[in-house]
Design a protein. Structure first.
Length: 64
């Protein structure tokens, strides 16, 4: 969540344990992030989050 916020994403809404984020400037960049406490996000879920946000793994590493 923090890395996406640094990349310019803002929380659009939260339904249960899933948060939908949208980019401030490019409204077509949207992604949903599961918030399940201390559980680790699985690799496939992380790929889907990055695909929706249009970020690469290197972009994510730079934001962390």
């Amino acid at each position: 969540m923090r890395a996406l916020e640094r990349a310019g994403f803002v929380q659009l809404r939260q339904i249960g344990s899933h948060v939908t984020l949208r980019h401030r400037e490019d409204l077509t960049r949207r992604t949903t992030v599961p918030i399940h406490g201390a559980r680790t996000i699985r690799p496939g879920t992380l790929r889907a989050i990055l695909r929706g946000a249009r970020l690469t793994v290197d972009d994510l590493k730079a934001l962390l």
